[in-house]
Design a protein around this ligand. Sequence first.
Ligand code: ADP
Length: 333
Amino acid sequence: MTAKKGRVFSGARPTGRQHLGNYLGAIKNYVAMQDDYRTVYCIVDIHALTTVETTKDLAFNTQEMALDWLAAGMDPKQSIIFVQSHVPEVMELHTILSMVTPLGKLTALPTFKEKVRDNPDNVNYGLVGYPVLMSADILLYKADAVPVGTDQIPHLEFAREVVRSFNFHYETDVLIEPQAVITKIPKVLGIDGERKMSKSLNNHIELAATPEETEKRVMSMVTDPQRQRRNDPGNPDVCNVFTLHKIFSSENEVESINKDCRIAEIGCVDCKRKLAANLNKHLEPFRAKRKELEGDPDYVRDVLLDGAKRAKVIAAETMAEVREAIGFYGVKG
Ligand code: ADP
C-alpha cells in the first residue's frame, strides 16, 4: 500500500436524505479521496443549531445522512466518520480561536451577509461565529486539505488567517494552514434548471427515492426554455437534462442526444425518460446497499460512535498542544 498524502477534513450539516447535488458536489469526491488521503468526515450538527428552528428532526436527519454516506461508499475502514457534537473539544478550540479573530472580519464575510438576509429574525452570536467553528473543525484535526466549493473559499482563507494569528500570537506552530481542494462539480442545478439543487428549494432529486419517484422528478425537469414545441430544435448546451446525461449516460447516448436534440429528432419527454432510466440504473447499487444498512439500525450508530472515538484521539492531542502553547496553569510546558 502506498503512503497516503495527508489528512483531509470535510463537514456537512445534517440535512437528512442526500440529493444529487450533495452526491455529485461532495459525496463522490469524499469517496474518491479515501484512497489517497487520511480522510475525516464529520456531520456538523452543532453548526446546524445556528439556523434550525427546532431540533425535533436533528437526530433522525443525522442518521439518514449517515446512511446515505455509507451506502454511497464512504467507508469507515478507510475514513473517520463521526458526529461533531460527539467530540466537544471542538467547542473549546472554537472559544480559544474566537480570541484571535477580529469581529469585523466575520461580519464582512459574504456568507454572513447572506445568512443575515435569510434569517433576519435570528441573527444569533453563533451565526457570526460560524466560520470560527468551521476553522476549529478543520484545525482540531490538523487537516492538510479541505475539499470546498467556490462559495467556501473565503471560509478556508479565513481559517488560514486564524492559524497565522494563533501561531503568531502564541509564538507557536501547532496549528496547520489547510489547503483548499476545489471540488470538480461545484453547482448542480435543481429540476427548475435555474437554481442550485437544494432541499429547501424543493428542486432536488433524492438518492434514496424510489425509481418511480425519481422518474417523476426527472420528468418534471425544466429543459431548454427556448424549445416550446416538440418540433422546435433544442439546445443541449443550456439544458440541465443534458448536463445530467453527460454524467449518467453512456458516451454513445450523449453523442446521439446532442445531435438529435439540435434537429428535433428527439423530444424532451423521451430524453428525460432515458435520463430517468440511466439514473435509476446508476443508483441501483446505492439503493440496495442502503436497504441492507437500514435492516441493521445499530450499524450506523456503531460506525459513528467508533468514528468519534478515533476522532477524539486526534482532538485530544491537538488540544494538549494548544493548551501548552497558550500556557494555561497546570499544563506542563
Ligand atoms: P452545508 O451547508 O453544511 O455544506 P449542504 O447540504 O448545503 O450543507 O451541502 C453539503 C455538501 O453538498 C456541500 O459540500 C455542498 O457544496 C454540496 N452541495 C449541496 N448542494 C449542491 C449542489 N446543488 N451542487 C453541488 N454541490 C452541492
